[in-house]
Design a protein around this ligand. Structure first.
Ligand SMILES: *[C@@H]1O[C@H](CO)[C@@H](O)[C@H](O)[C@H]1NC(C)=O
Ligand SMILES: *[C@@H]1O[C@H](CO)[C@@H](O)[C@H](O)[C@H]1NC(C)=O
Ligand SMILES: *[C@@H]1O[C@H](CO)[C@@H](O)[C@H](O)[C@H]1NC(C)=O
Ligand SMILES: *[C@@H]1O[C@H](CO)[C@@H](O)[C@H](O)[C@H]1NC(C)=O
Ligand SMILES: *[C@@H]1O[C@H](CO)[C@@H](O)[C@H](O)[C@H]1NC(C)=O
Ligand SMILES: *[C@@H]1O[C@H](CO)[C@@H](O)[C@H](O)[C@H]1NC(C)=O
Ligand SMILES: *[C@@H]1O[C@H](CO)[C@@H](O)[C@H](O)[C@H]1NC(C)=O
Length: 478
């Protein structure tokens, strides 16, 4: 009995420690897992006018951050709300790529897939509670395959909305209602309705949106604005995108190309541009999707906008070999790869980067007003950060690890994946309006969690601990 009791004590202690760890992991990388603020920029994590004790505590690794989270954070958040120009606080989640089960999927893999949903959901929920973002963006590749049928697509969307990123009901009820009452999406209807509509009737523009379901919100509310992006596993590369792919994406996740302008006509104007890079280059299976994306680019070009731009898209822009794990790579369907679908011969099959030509056009369009900007992409899973500087002599945008033209550059971040193999990362982008320069400054950091096994082990140890506790309780009372 004594042996069991000691064992149970050890297990319970372990369960408590592991749970504390998985719920407070960001405090171990406090700097990477916190928004940049004016104070943190000046390396004054805590105000000078705070007492000696508070200053000492805040310098202790891990515990200092916990202290901040529990005792000082609310104050900081209240202060941000009172600032004349509130900070932009965007959480970026890279490529979750959730898998699905097939009739022949082994039991263990099914369990893996099930646990993985909650592992990813755990990361999203810890980070949201800790950071209260104004925007949340999933960088495309929500699912692991573009070849799944509608019913499976719906089922993954349901998992995405209920397990990974639960949101208030009013945000998701439309989508959940639809997928609960349909087993497919009527792409023929979408095809007939949109094939011939003139480009100038397409609407891409939004203004001051802080909540998709409540247009009366005039500043960030309790819930972050959720941004969806097309990835190759959601709609496919342009050689794969069919009307069916596009119809179901738009039905469940909204527009593929749009912008939202904030604080227009003020000194602190900025905008979010969401670009469907999956339908930017070809040769495509369906020309119409490329035509729409380029029409969107043209409309951006015509648009007067005197502010900063945060561009969000899936595929990173052109850069030479060696700057990221991925190098430039483009593949087209050839005789072998199109054997089962001969009609795809010659079409775009895969790409690591957007081509140099399109990269130049996009930069010269979206960032033409010369204001600071930032690009967030997904796709490569490993993560990568570069600066695109506009060469003074040639006017060509060139990627490099360093800023080569301090008066004209844009940072591009490839967000590291949130998948367990990559340690469950979250990207944090902060925009702070610099009142001296009258410009937005953008900052980015990556907050890692742990491989999924740590989360699994915590759940298993917790279950054993509960079991042991009940066992000792029962024996004591026998
Ligand atoms: C999707 O879920 C529904 C309800 O659970 C199920 O009946 C259906 O078979 C699932 N679809 C696939 C492709 O597994
Ligand atoms: C929408 O936002 C306004 C302003 O914050 C608020 O008063 C109202 O209750 C909100 N409506 C809903 C349906 O949430
Ligand atoms: C993004 O997708 C989620 C889930 O389907 C949905 O709730 C949300 O409204 C979508 N956003 C837009 C802009 O459609
Ligand atoms: C911004 O300025 C443009 C042109 O001066 C004007 O058409 C537009 O209505 C203004 N928008 C706002 C929100 O003030
Ligand atoms: C754009 O904004 C800057 C201030 O950030 C201002 O100096 C400039 O005149 C504006 N340009 C236009 C065309 O409104
Ligand atoms: C990229 O395109 C620009 C403009 O067309 C050209 O001047 C430049 O040499 C190209 N760079 C590379 C690496 O091909
Ligand atoms: C880029 O920056 C790194 C680190 O600051 C420095 O060592 C390197 O010399 C720089 N490279 C160029 C081409 O300026």
């Amino acid at each position: 009995m004594g042996y069991i009791r000691s064992f149970s004590k050890v297990i319970i202690a372990l369960a408590v420690l592991m749970n504390i760890y998985i719920y407070t992991y960001p405090s171990f990388s406090a700097r990477e897992c916190s928004w940049v603020t004016e104070k943190s920029l000046k390396r004054e994590i805590i105000n000078r006018d705070r007492g000696f004790f508070q200053r000492q505590v805040s310098d202790i690794p891990y515990f200092g951050d916990l202290f901040y989270q529990y005792y000082l954070k609310d104050e900081e958040q209240a202060a941000n709300k009172l600032k004349p120009v509130r900070d932009i606080r965007l959480l970026a989640f890279g490529d979750p790529q959730i898998n699905g089960n097939w009739p022949d999927t082994p039991y263990q893999k099914r369990l893996d897939n099930y646990g993985n949903d909650y592992y990813l959901g755990h990361i999203a929920s810890v980070m949201r509670k800790r950071l209260q973002p104004t925007h949340i963006s999933v960088m495309g590749d929500l699912f692991s395959s573009q070849w799944i049928l509608d019913s499976e697509y719906f089922n993954r969307t349901r998992r995405f909305l209920t397990r990974l990123f639960p949101q208030p009901e009013r945000h998701t009820e439309y989508v959940l209602d639809f997928i609960n009452n349909h087993d497919h999406c009527d792409w023929m209807d979408y095809y007939e309705k949109t094939l011939n509509i003139p480009f100038d009737t397409l609407e891409y523009d939004y203004e001051d949106v802080y909540d998709w379901t409540n247009s009366s919100l005039t500043e960030p509310g309790e819930d972050a604005l959720f941004i969806n992006i097309t990835g190759n596993h959601d709609v496919g590369y342009s050689g794969d995108i069919t009307w069916q792919h596009m119809a179901r994406y738009k039905k469940l996740f909204g527009k593929d190309n749009y912008w939202i302008e904030y604080n227009k006509n003020t000194s602190h104007a900025w905008r979010l541009v969401v670009l469907n890079t999956m339908a930017l280059e070809g040769p495509p299976l369906v020309d119409r999707f490329l035509e729409e994306t380029w029409d969107f680019v043209k409309r951006l070009d015509e648009r007067e906008f005197n502010g900063s731009t945060v561009l969000i898209t899936h595929i990173p822009f052109y850069k030479r070999e060696g700057l990221c794990i991925d190098g430039p790579y483009t593949e087209y369907y050839d005789e072998t790869s199109s054997e089962r679908e001969p009609y795809k011969l010659g079409f775009l099959r895969a790409q690591n980067f957007i081509s140099n030509e399109s990269t130049q056009i996009i930069f010269n369009t979206i960032f033409k007003n010369g204001k600071p900007g930032m690009i967030l992409t997904g796709h490569d899973h490993e993560g990568c950060e570069n600066y695109f500087s506009k060469d003074i002599d040639t006017g060509v945008w060139i990627a490099s690890k360093n800023i080569t033209n301090p008066s004209r550059y844009i940072k591009e971040v490839t967000v590291r994946s949130m998948m367990g193999e990559y340690y469950g990362n979250t990207g944090l982008m902060t925009g702070i309006f610099n009142t001296e320069k009258q410009l937005w400054d953008f900052h980015y950091s990556v907050c890692p969690f742990q491989i999924q096994h740590v989360w699994w082990a915590t759940k298993i140890v917790s279950i054993i601990a509960i079991f042991m506790k009940s066992l000792t309780y029962i024996f004591k009372n026998l």
